[in-house]
Design a protein around this ligand. Structure first.
Ligand code: ADP
Ligand code: MG
Length: 353
């Protein structure tokens, strides 16, 4: 009896020792939106309230998704794509901000990111199950139709004058390359606004936003997928109030006659981007930057991508490139935040200065 009491006291004292402080329980909510599984995790004392709050965030995501989906017939994007060149009213300031920011990234990347690539995405069958390889002539016609500068977006002048968007007949847009990043920033803002200081927002395997640090105060450690073995991570990046996004040829692709065709297209050719890269990971406080630039740098390739990084310090981002031959490059700003994962310690990492 005495022994048991002693054990209980000992256990209690261990729990209350400063070094043994218990972390708050994680509150996790999973949802399906934007064509992917979304997982929101927050560490906060108020478990019940936090769960309800995260539930509200997933509802917000679903609402945004319903406006942005290129396949849902009641979405804003679908309406623009099928308006025959007529103006379509922008539903709210959030959708307006996304379109505005996406177009600005298209411009900054010189059209490597182009939200009007959708007719080509469809022609390759990346919107459904049936993939196909369009003929060279078809690709030429498709490439002519990709041109983000033809998207008309009028100014947002408040709820009463929402402004509109329009596309020339025959062109179609899709915000798939940037929507998850935009949503990540939006949700992270809401999480911070309610005072949560430790959360991880995973918007599908490719975009992740860290709010604050882990409950113990150390950075989140996020793995970077090995494109050659998508089940494992070749590197770990430490994130604190920071986002990370990866675009990889291994994420969505099909094979035909021994050739792999992936879902990231070069707007100049309307065909899968063959830049010599198999994955691009972007790290930035802005998740939209991570999402949009990972796609754009994949199209640009290593040399132009590295140049773009040097030319745009104002975008505040760092990059990890993996080439088709398995070479790893990272930018200098990741010093202290990047490490090779277990089993990959002997891989060479070239640093871009
Ligand atoms: P994921 O959506 O799988 O995370 P990305 O963010 O790289 O991957 O976006 C790729 C998606 O964006 C494609 O599925 C396609 O719909 C669209 N897309 C493909 N190439 C481009 C491009 N060069 N610019 C803009 N959107 C693109
Ligand atoms: Mg992207």
């Amino acid at each position: 009896m005495k022994k048991r009491l002693l054990c209980a006291l000992l256990a209690l004292s261990l729990l209350t020792l400063p070094g043994c402080k218990r972390d708050p329980e994680p509150v996790e909510v999973t949802a399906f939106a934007m064509d992917t599984v979304i997982q929101l995790t927050a560490y906060d004392g108020n478990t019940g309230g936090t769960r309800a709050f995260l539930g509200e965030l997933t509802a917000r995501l679903a609402e945004l998704d319903s406006q942005l989906s290129a396949t849902r017939e009641d979405s804003f994007v679908y309406a623009v794509n099928h308006a025959g060149g007529e103006w379509v009213e922008v539903p709210d300031s959030t959708v307006f901000a996304l379109l505005h920011d996406a177009l600005s990234l298209c411009e900054t990347t010189g059209g490597a990111l182009d939200i009007t690539a959708y007719p080509a995405v469809k022609a390759w069958g990346f919107t459904g199950e049936e993939h196909r390889v369009p003929s060279p002539a078809e690709l030429e016609t498709l490439a002519e139709k990709i041109d983000y500068t033809a998207v008309a977006l009028s100014d947002w002048a408040g709820e009463r004058h929402r402004g509109g968007a329009a596309l020339p007949q025959g062109m179609e847009m899709d915000l798939g390359a940037v929507a998850k990043g935009f949503a990540g920033d939006l949700l992270a803002g809401e999480v911070r606004d309610v005072g949560i200081t430790s959360a991880l927002l995973d918007l599908g395997q490719s975009t992740i936003v860290a709010v604050g640090s882990k409950p113990q105060g150390t950075p989140w450690r996020i793995g970077v997928v090995d494109p050659a073995r998508p089940g494992s991570y070749f590197a770990v990046v430490e994130l604190e109030d920071c986002a990370m996004g990866t675009s990889g040829g291994y994420q969505r692709y099909f094979e035909q006659d021994g050739i792999t065709y992936w879902h990231i297209l070069d707007p100049d050719t309307a065909a899968p981007a063959r830049s010599g890269l198999v994955s691009v990971t972007v790290v930035s406080p802005c998740a939209l930057t991570c999402d949009g630039l990972s796609t754009a740098l994949f199209v640009m390739g290593l040399e132009d991508g590295a140049q773009f990084w040097q030319d745009h310090p104002e975008l505040d981002f760092e990059v990890i490139f993996v080439t088709e031959t398995g070479e790893i490059y990272r930018t200098a700003g990741l010093e202290g935040r990047f490490s090779l994962a277990e089993g990959y310690e002997d891989r060479e990492v070239k640093v871009l200065e």
